[in-house]
Design a protein around this ligand. Structure first.
Ligand SMILES: *[C@@H]1O[C@H](CO)[C@@H](O)[C@H](O)[C@H]1NC(C)=O
Ligand SMILES: *[C@@H]1O[C@H](CO)[C@@H](O)[C@H](O)[C@H]1NC(C)=O
Ligand SMILES: *[C@@H]1O[C@H](CO)[C@@H](O)[C@H](O)[C@H]1NC(C)=O
Ligand SMILES: *[C@@H]1O[C@H](CO)[C@@H](O)[C@H](O)[C@H]1NC(C)=O
Ligand SMILES: *[C@@H]1O[C@H](CO)[C@@H](O)[C@H](O)[C@H]1NC(C)=O
Length: 209
Protein backbone atom coordinates (compact mmCIF):
# COMPACT_ATOMS: atom_id res chain seq x y z
CA UNK A 1 0.00 0.00 0.00
CA UNK A 2 1.45 3.37 -0.96
CA UNK A 3 1.49 6.27 1.46
CA UNK A 4 -1.17 8.02 -0.56
CA UNK A 5 -3.62 5.14 -0.46
CA UNK A 6 -3.03 4.90 3.27
CA UNK A 7 -3.75 8.59 3.67
CA UNK A 8 -6.89 8.24 1.60
CA UNK A 9 -8.07 5.23 3.61
CA UNK A 10 -7.51 7.23 6.79
CA UNK A 11 -9.47 10.10 5.35
CA UNK A 12 -12.41 7.88 4.38
CA UNK A 13 -12.34 6.30 7.82
CA UNK A 14 -12.43 9.75 9.35
CA UNK A 15 -15.29 10.90 7.13
CA UNK A 16 -17.44 7.86 7.91
CA UNK A 17 -17.18 8.68 11.61
CA UNK A 18 -18.13 12.30 11.11
CA UNK A 19 -21.87 12.04 11.76
CA UNK A 20 -21.06 10.61 15.19
CA UNK A 21 -18.55 13.34 16.00
CA UNK A 22 -21.07 15.90 14.86
CA UNK A 23 -23.86 14.57 17.05
CA UNK A 24 -21.50 14.36 19.95
CA UNK A 25 -20.43 17.98 19.46
CA UNK A 26 -23.97 19.25 19.20
CA UNK A 27 -24.82 17.32 22.35
CA UNK A 28 -21.75 18.71 24.08
CA UNK A 29 -22.51 22.27 23.01
CA UNK A 30 -26.02 22.16 24.39
CA UNK A 31 -24.63 21.12 27.76
CA UNK A 32 -22.82 24.42 28.04
CA UNK A 33 -25.75 26.48 29.17
CA UNK A 34 -28.44 24.29 30.68
CA UNK A 35 -30.31 27.14 32.40
CA UNK A 36 -30.87 29.13 29.25
CA UNK A 37 -33.51 31.79 29.93
CA UNK A 38 -34.63 32.34 26.38
CA UNK A 39 -35.52 36.02 26.17
CA UNK A 40 -32.83 37.43 28.47
CA UNK A 41 -30.04 35.26 27.09
CA UNK A 42 -30.86 35.78 23.45
CA UNK A 43 -30.74 39.56 23.93
CA UNK A 44 -27.39 39.14 25.61
CA UNK A 45 -26.07 36.81 22.90
CA UNK A 46 -27.23 39.08 20.06
CA UNK A 47 -25.38 41.78 21.86
CA UNK A 48 -22.16 39.78 22.21
CA UNK A 49 -22.46 38.66 18.57
CA UNK A 50 -22.82 42.20 17.27
CA UNK A 51 -20.09 43.54 19.52
CA UNK A 52 -17.68 40.82 18.46
CA UNK A 53 -18.50 41.28 14.77
CA UNK A 54 -17.98 45.03 15.14
CA UNK A 55 -14.61 44.55 16.85
CA UNK A 56 -13.51 42.21 14.06
CA UNK A 57 -14.71 44.46 11.25
CA UNK A 58 -12.91 47.42 12.82
CA UNK A 59 -9.68 45.41 12.58
CA UNK A 60 -9.94 44.43 8.92
CA UNK A 61 -11.11 46.13 5.76
CA UNK A 62 -12.36 42.90 4.16
CA UNK A 63 -14.25 41.61 7.19
CA UNK A 64 -18.00 41.64 6.46
CA UNK A 65 -19.97 42.76 9.55
CA UNK A 66 -23.37 41.91 8.05
CA UNK A 67 -22.31 38.39 7.16
CA UNK A 68 -20.79 37.87 10.60
CA UNK A 69 -23.82 39.11 12.52
CA UNK A 70 -26.37 37.31 10.33
CA UNK A 71 -24.59 33.95 10.25
CA UNK A 72 -23.77 33.75 13.97
CA UNK A 73 -27.41 34.44 14.81
CA UNK A 74 -28.55 31.68 12.49
CA UNK A 75 -28.37 28.77 14.91
CA UNK A 76 -29.72 28.45 18.45
CA UNK A 77 -26.35 27.26 19.79
CA UNK A 78 -25.43 30.97 19.71
CA UNK A 79 -27.34 31.23 22.96
CA UNK A 80 -23.93 30.54 24.39
CA UNK A 81 -22.60 33.78 25.68
CA UNK A 82 -18.84 33.61 25.47
CA UNK A 83 -16.27 34.19 22.74
CA UNK A 84 -15.08 30.59 22.66
CA UNK A 85 -18.69 29.53 22.04
CA UNK A 86 -19.01 31.99 19.15
CA UNK A 87 -15.87 30.67 17.49
CA UNK A 88 -17.28 27.15 17.82
CA UNK A 89 -20.58 28.26 16.28
CA UNK A 90 -18.70 29.71 13.29
CA UNK A 91 -16.82 26.42 12.88
CA UNK A 92 -20.03 24.37 13.16
CA UNK A 93 -21.53 26.49 10.36
CA UNK A 94 -18.41 26.05 8.25
CA UNK A 95 -18.57 22.30 8.89
CA UNK A 96 -22.20 22.18 7.71
CA UNK A 97 -21.23 24.20 4.65
CA UNK A 98 -18.28 21.95 3.83
CA UNK A 99 -20.35 18.78 4.33
CA UNK A 100 -23.08 20.16 2.06
CA UNK A 101 -20.43 21.11 -0.48
CA UNK A 102 -19.31 17.48 -0.66
CA UNK A 103 -22.81 16.38 -1.64
CA UNK A 104 -23.10 19.25 -4.13
CA UNK A 105 -19.83 18.06 -5.73
CA UNK A 106 -21.09 14.47 -5.80
CA UNK A 107 -24.24 15.63 -7.60
CA UNK A 108 -22.25 17.66 -10.12
CA UNK A 109 -19.90 14.74 -10.85
CA UNK A 110 -22.92 12.61 -11.78
CA UNK A 111 -23.73 14.99 -14.60
CA UNK A 112 -22.68 13.21 -17.80
CA UNK A 113 -22.45 16.44 -19.80
CA UNK A 114 -19.63 17.78 -17.62
CA UNK A 115 -16.43 18.62 -19.53
CA UNK A 116 -13.18 16.79 -18.69
CA UNK A 117 -11.60 19.90 -17.10
CA UNK A 118 -14.56 20.55 -14.84
CA UNK A 119 -14.62 16.91 -13.76
CA UNK A 120 -10.93 16.99 -12.90
CA UNK A 121 -11.34 20.21 -10.91
CA UNK A 122 -14.36 18.83 -9.09
CA UNK A 123 -12.48 15.66 -8.13
CA UNK A 124 -9.65 17.81 -6.69
CA UNK A 125 -12.20 19.93 -4.83
CA UNK A 126 -13.84 16.82 -3.45
CA UNK A 127 -10.52 15.84 -1.82
CA UNK A 128 -9.89 19.40 -0.63
CA UNK A 129 -13.33 19.71 0.93
CA UNK A 130 -13.20 16.28 2.58
CA UNK A 131 -9.84 17.27 4.11
CA UNK A 132 -11.55 20.52 5.12
CA UNK A 133 -14.34 18.62 6.88
CA UNK A 134 -11.84 16.54 8.87
CA UNK A 135 -9.77 19.62 9.70
CA UNK A 136 -12.86 21.55 10.86
CA UNK A 137 -13.79 18.71 13.22
CA UNK A 138 -10.24 18.80 14.60
CA UNK A 139 -10.48 22.59 14.92
CA UNK A 140 -13.65 22.35 16.99
CA UNK A 141 -11.88 19.85 19.24
CA UNK A 142 -8.95 22.25 19.64
CA UNK A 143 -11.30 25.14 20.43
CA UNK A 144 -13.12 23.10 23.08
CA UNK A 145 -9.78 22.47 24.80
CA UNK A 146 -8.48 26.02 24.37
CA UNK A 147 -5.66 25.12 21.96
CA UNK A 148 -6.04 28.33 19.96
CA UNK A 149 -2.66 28.06 18.26
CA UNK A 150 -3.51 24.71 16.65
CA UNK A 151 -7.04 25.84 15.91
CA UNK A 152 -5.74 28.95 14.13
CA UNK A 153 -3.33 26.97 11.95
CA UNK A 154 -6.02 24.44 11.01
CA UNK A 155 -8.60 27.10 10.15
CA UNK A 156 -6.03 28.72 7.87
CA UNK A 157 -5.48 25.33 6.20
CA UNK A 158 -9.23 25.07 5.52
CA UNK A 159 -9.20 28.52 3.91
CA UNK A 160 -6.26 27.51 1.75
CA UNK A 161 -8.18 24.40 0.70
CA UNK A 162 -11.27 26.27 -0.55
CA UNK A 163 -8.98 28.82 -2.25
CA UNK A 164 -7.05 26.04 -4.02
CA UNK A 165 -10.35 24.59 -5.24
CA UNK A 166 -11.38 27.94 -6.76
CA UNK A 167 -7.94 28.42 -8.32
CA UNK A 168 -8.24 25.01 -9.96
CA UNK A 169 -11.20 26.26 -11.98
CA UNK A 170 -9.50 29.59 -12.71
CA UNK A 171 -6.41 27.79 -14.06
CA UNK A 172 -8.60 25.75 -16.42
CA UNK A 173 -10.58 28.85 -17.39
CA UNK A 174 -13.72 27.15 -16.17
CA UNK A 175 -16.51 28.78 -14.18
CA UNK A 176 -16.47 27.43 -10.64
CA UNK A 177 -19.81 26.09 -9.43
CA UNK A 178 -18.48 26.35 -5.84
CA UNK A 179 -17.77 30.09 -5.57
CA UNK A 180 -20.58 30.59 -3.04
CA UNK A 181 -19.24 27.73 -0.93
CA UNK A 182 -15.73 29.21 -0.88
CA UNK A 183 -17.20 32.56 0.03
CA UNK A 184 -19.26 31.29 2.99
CA UNK A 185 -16.64 28.93 4.40
CA UNK A 186 -13.84 31.45 3.93
CA UNK A 187 -15.77 34.15 5.76
CA UNK A 188 -16.89 31.82 8.56
CA UNK A 189 -13.23 30.82 9.02
CA UNK A 190 -12.30 34.49 9.07
CA UNK A 191 -14.85 35.08 11.86
CA UNK A 192 -13.39 32.19 13.87
CA UNK A 193 -9.81 33.38 13.29
CA UNK A 194 -10.65 36.86 14.49
CA UNK A 195 -12.30 35.51 17.65
CA UNK A 196 -9.36 33.18 18.33
CA UNK A 197 -7.11 36.17 18.00
CA UNK A 198 -9.19 38.05 20.57
CA UNK A 199 -8.93 35.03 22.88
CA UNK A 200 -5.22 34.54 22.39
CA UNK A 201 -3.25 37.27 20.71
CA UNK A 202 -0.51 34.75 19.85
CA UNK A 203 -2.62 33.00 17.22
CA UNK A 204 -0.66 33.11 14.01
CA UNK A 205 -2.95 34.40 11.29
CA UNK A 206 -2.15 32.96 7.90
CA UNK A 207 -4.59 34.70 5.64
CA UNK A 208 -4.47 33.89 1.98
CA UNK A 209 -5.47 37.36 0.88
C1 LIG B 1 -27.36 43.22 15.73
O1 LIG B 1 -27.08 43.42 14.37
C2 LIG B 1 -28.15 43.11 13.50
C3 LIG B 1 -27.65 43.19 12.06
O2 LIG B 1 -26.72 44.21 11.88
C4 LIG B 1 -29.30 44.08 13.78
O3 LIG B 1 -30.40 43.76 12.95
C5 LIG B 1 -29.72 43.94 15.25
O4 LIG B 1 -30.70 44.91 15.56
C6 LIG B 1 -28.51 44.14 16.16
N1 LIG B 1 -28.93 43.81 17.52
C7 LIG B 1 -28.48 44.46 18.60
C8 LIG B 1 -29.01 44.02 19.93
O5 LIG B 1 -27.64 45.35 18.52
C1 LIG C 1 -21.64 41.10 3.24
O1 LIG C 1 -22.47 39.97 3.56
C2 LIG C 1 -23.83 40.17 3.20
C3 LIG C 1 -24.61 38.99 3.75
O2 LIG C 1 -23.98 37.78 3.42
C4 LIG C 1 -23.95 40.32 1.68
O3 LIG C 1 -25.29 40.52 1.31
C5 LIG C 1 -23.10 41.51 1.24
O4 LIG C 1 -23.11 41.60 -0.17
C6 LIG C 1 -21.66 41.37 1.74
N1 LIG C 1 -20.93 42.59 1.45
C7 LIG C 1 -19.76 42.59 0.84
C8 LIG C 1 -19.11 43.92 0.66
O5 LIG C 1 -19.23 41.57 0.43
C1 LIG D 1 -23.24 28.23 4.42
O1 LIG D 1 -23.10 29.20 5.43
C2 LIG D 1 -23.87 30.38 5.25
C3 LIG D 1 -23.53 31.31 6.38
O2 LIG D 1 -23.70 30.73 7.63
C4 LIG D 1 -25.35 30.00 5.23
O3 LIG D 1 -26.12 31.16 5.01
C5 LIG D 1 -25.59 29.01 4.11
O4 LIG D 1 -26.93 28.59 4.13
C6 LIG D 1 -24.68 27.81 4.27
N1 LIG D 1 -24.85 26.99 3.09
C7 LIG D 1 -24.85 25.67 3.16
C8 LIG D 1 -25.05 24.98 1.85
O5 LIG D 1 -24.71 25.03 4.21
C1 LIG E 1 -25.63 19.10 -16.35
O1 LIG E 1 -24.83 20.22 -16.71
C2 LIG E 1 -25.36 20.99 -17.78
C3 LIG E 1 -24.32 22.06 -18.16
O2 LIG E 1 -23.74 22.64 -17.04
C4 LIG E 1 -26.69 21.60 -17.32
O3 LIG E 1 -27.24 22.39 -18.37
C5 LIG E 1 -27.65 20.48 -16.96
O4 LIG E 1 -28.85 21.02 -16.42
C6 LIG E 1 -27.03 19.55 -15.91
N1 LIG E 1 -27.89 18.38 -15.74
C7 LIG E 1 -28.25 17.94 -14.54
C8 LIG E 1 -29.06 16.68 -14.51
O5 LIG E 1 -27.92 18.51 -13.49
C1 LIG F 1 -12.88 32.85 -1.58
O1 LIG F 1 -13.80 33.67 -0.84
C2 LIG F 1 -13.22 34.78 -0.20
C3 LIG F 1 -14.30 35.46 0.64
O2 LIG F 1 -15.34 35.92 -0.15
C4 LIG F 1 -12.63 35.74 -1.24
O3 LIG F 1 -12.01 36.84 -0.59
C5 LIG F 1 -11.60 34.97 -2.06
O4 LIG F 1 -11.11 35.81 -3.08
C6 LIG F 1 -12.21 33.71 -2.66
N1 LIG F 1 -11.15 32.95 -3.29
C7 LIG F 1 -11.09 32.76 -4.60
C8 LIG F 1 -9.89 32.05 -5.10
O5 LIG F 1 -11.97 33.14 -5.35
Amino acid sequence: MTDNTKKRKMRLWHVSFLPFCFLFLIFFLFQFNPNDEISATSMLSVDIINKTCKTCSDKSTVFNYTFCSASLQEIPVSHMTNLQGLAIVAMELALQNATNTLSIIKGLLNNKTLGPFSSACLRDCSLLYSDGVVTLVDTIGALLTGQYGNAGAWVSAVMEGTTTCEEGFQDMEEVSPLTKQNDSIFQLCDVALCIMNLLDSNVYILKSY
